[in-house]
Write a protein that binds this ligand. Sequence first.
Ligand SMILES: O=P(O)(O)OC[C@H]1O[C@H](O)[C@H](O)[C@@H](O)[C@@H]1O
Length: 542
Amino acid sequence: MADITESPEWTALAEHQAAIAGRHLRELFAEDPGRADRMTVTAGDLFLDYSKHRATGETLALLAALAERAGLRARIDAMFGGEHINVSEDRAVLHTALRLPPGEALKVDGQDVAGDVHAVLDKMADFAGRVRSGEWTGFTGKRITTVVNIGIGGSDLGPAMAYEALHDFADAGVSCRFVSNIDPADILGKLAGLDPEQTLFVVSSKTFGTLETLTNAKVARRWLTERLGDDAVSRHFVAVSTNAERVAEFGIDTANMFGFWDWVGGRYSFDGAIGLSLMIAIGGEAFREMLAGFREVDEHFRSAPFEANMPVLMALLGVWYTDFFGAQTRAVLPYSQRLSRFPAYLQQLTMESNGKSVRADGAPVIAQTGAIFWGEPGTNGQHAFYQLLHQGTRLVPADFIGFAEPFEDREGMHDLLIANMLAQTSALAFGKTAEEIAADGTPAAVVPHKVMPGNRPSSTLLAPKLTPKTLGSLVALYEHIVFVEGTIWGIDSFDQWGVELGKVMAMDLAPALTSPEPPSEAPDPSTGALVRRYRELRGRRV
Ligand SMILES: O=P(O)(O)OC[C@H]1O[C@H](O)[C@H](O)[C@@H](O)[C@@H]1O
């Protein structure tokens, strides 16, 4: 298979970049003020302004041609149709089936995917309803007031992010906590102050073989049984997994297990059973509204022409900066405190998916792949790292995300929040010239320090309000951005082999830290020396 970088479309983009790189957004807007209205797109409740990008109509046409060259249209159909596009694991990639509308059929590999999805959703809604109403009680008959989700990676970041985003919608007196790290400080901190009689643990793990999750679940089980006895486990532990055998081995009744399938990647899973803790907090109805939000963007993604397709446009602009401008990172800047975990969630979604250096066919990639995603909610970031965004030497394309309506407001704070967001996008794009700064009366020696170069690109996403539905749309948007970028680069965005070696090595290394005998072997001299230092610090023989 020829590499995408060898295509005429790639060459055309490289030539176009050389022609446009020296042009300032000030010029692009001066020549074409209409771009502010034209370079926008709507998908469901999401509105995107992409006019502040270093791109013209020609850029977008060339990028769309690149998408055609990469076979994007056929790849979209292949994903939605359940083809095994996760080639290294020989699996379908069907997270979009988790939000199929009721009544729509989908059979894949002889399996009634749609039926299975709705059966699990119904079981979740039934269970969530019973916990919320108080019908499902703890062992001593008291109602559940706290759900502790124990999981890591995709079994944590999605529900944790979404709970943080939507906890204003938690209307049944049940709150959630999330435990993930193998650091004992995590679970001990989260258990502190909890009443075991009113606590429900949701052990979430696709494989049910993950060290962190199983260890934390054991600690939680001991915490519970020491207080309420062994018989309490079945009322206080439920599981979310694809692996019933291991769930049973752990001692959780599989009647209280909520399933999913190997065709849902961990980082694409919180709109299914992995979202159980969220569903208990916000209720089945709100959860289904979230699914409707996902679905709206799915439908838009499937049907809109590339030039009016929000995920496609955002992905292509990502490729534009990564591969043609050498940008290494992408900032995600939600002007919403409730989205404080969104950048962390996106880090797994984007970087575990597209942080690859071989193509799906095993050949090395030639293009640069996945950008480093990072961010903090505005306005906090403004008082920390925006200095570099405005005046640093690096190009950092940014996604700004804001909502028109707050859940609650005080003293006009929300308008100030959004004024800050809009001011930042404008300052980044248009900057302030030396002449303008001098005209303000700035001493000549200080002028260069105050120059704001501008020409720093950003997208602005605006939605009416952060609701279950808009959150679903936002997540689906980024899921599809990842997919489109992975398609252009020709990589498998759905495996994550790079995380395996470290896990195996940690287990090999653990005995060297703990054994009563001095350790004999280490994987390398540096690590061996660190093992000895650690043992010394712990008072163990070296
Ligand atoms: O859900 P689990 O099977 O416990 O997996 C949890 C996480 O661990 C793995 O190491 C992967 O890198 C993640 O993609 C996954 O989400």
